[in-house]
Design a protein around this ligand. Structure first.
Ligand SMILES: CC(C)(COP(=O)(O)OP(=O)(O)OC[C@H]1O[C@@H](n2cnc3c(N)ncnc32)[C@H](O)[C@@H]1OP(=O)(O)O)[C@@H](O)C(=O)NCCC(=O)NCCS
Length: 187
């Protein structure tokens, strides 16, 4: 079972290997948890983001083929909060700097149940009104740098439905390399 909204079957996995100078476990007292890009404020997931996440996935265009009942979205929210405690990093809420609008969930995300050893994914889910402006790519690039440079990760993956051309294009533009397809059971 895969507890992430990014997986459907079959899925395409992409990966990027980094040479981060820091090792995981290095004290994170001074690490930045909040990052600004040209257009986005990316801040750690908060309790109040659960409502926003429900709203995000209430859009069929965002859900795509994924089955996202409310309880599953709530688990995703809880997991997003938890990761910041256990890993010292996790998904960000993406805020449009110009307007303060909450536009999506992006960044590093631990894939529960992923069969490989490297379970940290870079993920991106934005409200449809914000698509097509390069924002997912902008966030993904920063998330990769954050994982490799601030947290010393060796490898970051990204997984999506094989037919999800837009997500695969974001992965490519962010510098990830296609690794292969797998059949995954999302039930
Ligand atoms: C996938 C998603 C994150 C992309 O966000 P975005 O901000 O529009 O992405 P970007 O603008 O950075 O890049 C999208 C790229 O995909 C391309 N693209 C979009 N739709 C496409 C399609 N149907 N076929 C091929 N390419 C497509 C765009 O042209 C662009 O590439 P380009 O810069 O070379 O022109 C967004 O559509 C989304 O949130 N979807 C719903 C949630 C989701 O499925 N997330 C991924 C889960 S793994």
């Amino acid at each position: 079972m895969f507890n992430t909204p990014c997986l459907t079957s079959p899925a395409a996995a992409h990966t990027l290997r980094g040479g981060g100078a820091l090792k995981r476990g290095t004290t994170d007292m001074d690490r930045r948890r909040e990052v600004a890009t040209d257009r986005l404020l990316l801040r750690p997931w908060r309790e109040g983001d659960g409502v926003e996440l429900q709203r995000l996935f209430s859009d069929a265009a965002v859900r795509g083929e994924r089955h996202m009942p409310s309880a599953r979205i709530a688990r995703l929210h809880e997991g997003s909060l938890q990761q910041w405690h256990t890993n010292g990093f996790g998904p960000w809420a993406a805020i449009d700097k110009a307007t303060g609008s909450w536009i999506g969930r992006v960044g590093l995300d631990e894939l529960e149940g992923w069969p490989g050893a490297d379970r940290i994914e870079v993920g991106f889910e934005l409200h449809a009104a914000w698509w097509g402006r390069g924002l997912a790519t902008e966030a993904a690039r920063v998330a990769l740098a954050f994982g490799f440079e601030q947290h010393g990760l060796d490898r970051i993956i990204s997984v999506t439905a094989a037919a999800h051309a837009a997500a695969r294009r974001v992965m490519e533009k962010a510098g990830l390399t296609y690794q292969g397809h797998a059949l995954l059971d999302e039930s």
